[in-house]
Design a protein around this ligand. Sequence first.
Ligand code: FAD
Ligand code: SIN
Length: 536
Amino acid sequence: MKYSKYSAVIIGSGIAGLYSALKIEQQANLPDGLLLITKSRLGESNSRYAQGGMVAVMKENKSDSTASHISDTIKAGAGLSEFNTVKFISENSDKVVHDLLKFGVQFDCDENNNLCFTKEAAHSVRRILHSGGDATGRMIEQALCKKVKENSNIEIYEQTVATELLVSNSKCKGLVVFNDLTQEYETIYASAIILATGGIGQLYKYTTNPVGATGDGLALAYNAGAVMQDMEFVQFHPTALAIDGEENRFLISEAVRGEGAKLCDADGLEYMSQYDERKELAPRDIVTRANFNEMMKNHTDNVYLNATCIESSKLAKRFPNISKKCLENGIDIAHDFIPVAPAAHYFMGGVKTDLKGQTSINGLFAIGEVASTGLHGGNRLASNSLLECVVCAYAAADYLKTLELNAPKQIDEEIKSEIDKYKNEDEVLEELDTKSLKSTLQDIMWDYVGILRDEKSLTTALEKINKIQFPRKSKCLSRDEYEFRNMLTVAKLVASCALSRKESRGAHCRTDYPESREECIHSIITKEEGVPEFVK
Ligand code: FAD
Ligand code: SIN
């Protein structure tokens, strides 16, 4: 096995990973260099598909204030957001937008070159920046990828899967990676390891997330002993295009509702006023449950989004990709209703971190969707995720510049024995049918750990998940196998934390405990304890 060492290693090349790489390179002292690894091609990530935009409380937006953004975030978060985190992220938004502009990111502007702001659900004012109309993620990601590729101080490994974090004496000292093309393993020693591995959408049958969202970083951190927080909180987006055929469902951005589109049944009957006075712009969990309830009530596989009330030239300009995708499926959004249904979209839980990205394990950091900073609480406010990625990457780089980032000089004995397993042959040599294994798990999660849960469904889920056989004891044969192993680990955590939280709050809706408890508490789980605890 090859060995190497770096001052810092970033795992993941979505917006959190790319921006971390640029900021750490700019800020920190890196005597042993900086490495960015990613399991597919650079930039392939959830980030690439972000549509609606990025929240920013900009000084020039006179109708907005951090107080208003903080209040909206906390309201949407169903009481579980951490005030200090929300304040920190909101107050740093203007600064990071200016920094992104310096890295070549372009946000949409009006004819006078003023930034355009849109609105999404549960925001009290227009404060969401967008780019390329409805291609915000792709535009930011492309600009950052370009800068990363141009920067000769950032080494890049593509098609490389992180398979294990190496911890000894309570410090994360490195990781093992597997090259999916050459099938070779490498042990990398580093002073700081930054997880930026994204979310878990692929655990569910219906999701807006692309194939790589398999919860790898969560499983790696949990297995390394990190504290995991609020693992029961999965956000389901109310309006994914209800047409199958690919591994995920195409998103119809909330910004379409922000611009005036209405939810209705096949006859055009609008129903949102029966569920919430904010109607289509109620928080995401409420709109998702409304759509789900309408589908159950009418025994249909979808509801409809009616965007025909928006002027057709505006639709084409603001939502070019949504218009195109719908047209490819025979739907002209200026004239036809769009069939939509809820789908797993975002993970509010994650590896518990402070505002510097520091996890409970010394040397291990987590940024972006893999982290649980306390911003989103029980239900993420739309377009707060991209903001969290960049503010937390900026803050982590600021912190890393205060540290001596010398890679450990030699491999610890404890770690040597740990990595020996990668040299051994596994007893099962043929590749597993991961496609069918993944699909079985996705069905279980959708049916029993989905939008509505109760004790019976969650117990059934755990029984079924525990019955899934995964024969590999040590190493796997492919990226797919590693991903499935991670999905299994994370699925158990989500189901067991959901079973333990005996209340409904935000996206966690227990039909057997419909009320929220008075006290807002986080769930915490570690590998050592094995069962969720609840803490203030
Ligand atoms: P990701 O962008 O998911 O990147 C994770 C990276 O880690 C990938 O490069 C992946 O390949 C790599 N990786 C994972 N595991 C491993 C491993 N084991 N080894 C090596 N590499 C690994 N949020 C908003 O704020 N606004 C929006 O408008 C918005 N729209 C969205 C639309 C869609 C369709 C989706 C799916 C999400 C949207 N979100 C939006 C959410 C937001 O895009 C994500 O939360 C955010 O981009 C996450 O960024 P990230 O860098 O943390 O993770
Ligand atoms: C959307 O555009 O609807 C997604 C926004 C988000 O997930 O924040």
